[in-house]
Design a protein around this ligand. Structure first.
Ligand SMILES: CC(C)(COP(=O)(O)OP(=O)(O)OC[C@H]1O[C@@H](n2cnc3c(N)ncnc32)[C@H](O[C@H]2O[C@H](COP(=O)(O)OP(=O)(O)OP(=O)(O)O)[C@@H](O)[C@H]2O)[C@@H]1O)[C@@H](O)C(=O)NCCC(=O)NCCS
Ligand SMILES: Nc1ncnc2[nH]cnc12
Length: 292
């Protein structure tokens, strides 16, 4: 069982690494460009990923043991602390800690029940098992942090915009209806990993009410960003010749507005993790683990 837990943990950390290493992400930190961020670069993200080692495996193991949401939440809070320590206070992966921790926990619950995973139904399982408690935790958080609300909370209060919690409680509709299928479709059309990942990211930005965009740019900023990616797609996106220079232009536009779609970046990581789980599923006989 230890080997499987380690395999899941590695798959999640690799997904985070793939996301950071992808170039031409509008407004986001890439190896060659810090996007709309002055306080972090790719090295900050690598440090953060190193600090998260073990966390996703812990969530998976907790799922196997039949964990309630509060157990996952406790693991998540420890991981957030480790991230902030490694990045000297910069928020690199708060969203990913939350949503990929939940997905890893749900994969554990599926494994406990069936001895394998059905990655595509992980979102529905998260909603069914923990949805209510995820939303209740938000209410508690609001009461406790009235003096210093999070960016997500500020945006919810100002614009009524749902955030990471609502996505999770609803079974990650954007992840499973947009990010994952667009990634798979682009790959099946013969695109490279780089093009397919960028395509999935851009489609996600167009659909997600990303609280990061709304926090920095208000509703106008969110709408502007979604309009820009829609135009990029309408011009052929990564499928059309000259996509790299159009993607670079898109990046420059996001930087000029200081906008960064951090929530969408997290969904790309989560989609890469879901894809990796499909692969792990096919490797399960090699682990020869006994369930109990
Ligand atoms: C549930 C929590 C994650 C709390 O969320 P809350 O709603 O209170 O809001 P935030 O603290 O603002 O964090 C939410 C993060 O989620 C990502 N996100 C945003 N929109 C969405 C969305 N629509 N769907 C899914 N995910 C979304 C986003 O993460 C990314 O952005 C980060 C940078 O954010 P921030 O620091 O705000 O922005 P900057 O622009 O850098 O700030 P300035 O420079 O302008 O100052 C980046 O790290 C990405 O990860 C949001 O940040 C949570 O706090 C919680 O409950 N945690 C406990 C852990 C837990 O319960 N785990 C449970 C199970 S495993
Ligand atoms: N590459 C990235 N840049 C900025 N914020 C992010 N949040 C998650 N990944 C990110």
């Amino acid at each position: 069982m230890k080997e499987l837990v380690a395999r899941i943990d590695t798959a999640a950390c690799q997904a985070l690494r793939q996301e950071v290493d992808l170039e031409y992400k509008p407004g986001l930190v890439c190896p060659g460009n810090n996007g709309s961020h002055a306080d972090m670069n790719a090295t900050t993200f690598y440090r953060s990923i190193a600090a998260l080692r073990g966390y996703f495996g812990n969530c998976f193991a907790a799922g196997i043991e039949g964990a309630e949401f509060r157990t996952l939440q406790a693991h998540g809070l420890v991981a957030e602390k480790a991230m902030f320590k490694a990045t000297e206070g910069v928020n690199t992966h708060k969203g990913a800690i939350f949503l990929m921790g939940l997905l890893a926990g749900a994969a554990g619950a599926q494994f406990r029940e069936h001895g394998c995973f059905d990655p595509i139904s992980l979102g529905r399982l998260v909603a069914a098992k923990w949805g209510v408690n995820i939303l209740l935790a938000g209410v508690q958080d609001q009461v406790q942090r009235l003096d210093s609300p999070t960016h997500g909370r500020r945006v919810k209060d100002a614009f009524g915009l749902p955030g990471a919690r609502e996505q999770a409680a609803e079974g990650f509709p954007v992840l499973f209806w947009t990010t994952v299928p667009q990634l798979r479709w682009a790959l099946s059309e013969g695109l490279s990993q780089e093009q397919a990942q960028l395509h999935a990211l851009v489609c996600t930005i167009g659909k997600l009410p990303d609280t990061n965009l709304a926090h920095r740019g208000g509703l106008k900023g969110l709408q502007w960003a979604q309009g820009r990616v829609d135009q990029f797609l309408a011009e052929g996106g990564v499928f059309a010749p000259g996509w790299k220079s159009r993607a670079q232009h898109l990046c420059a536009q996001f930087e000029s507005q200081r906008l960064s779609p951090g929530g969408s970046a997290d969904l790309l990581s989560a989609a890469l993790f879901v894809q990796a789980l499909v692969q792990v599923n096919s490797e399960l006989p090699n682990f020869m683990v006994a369930r109990s």
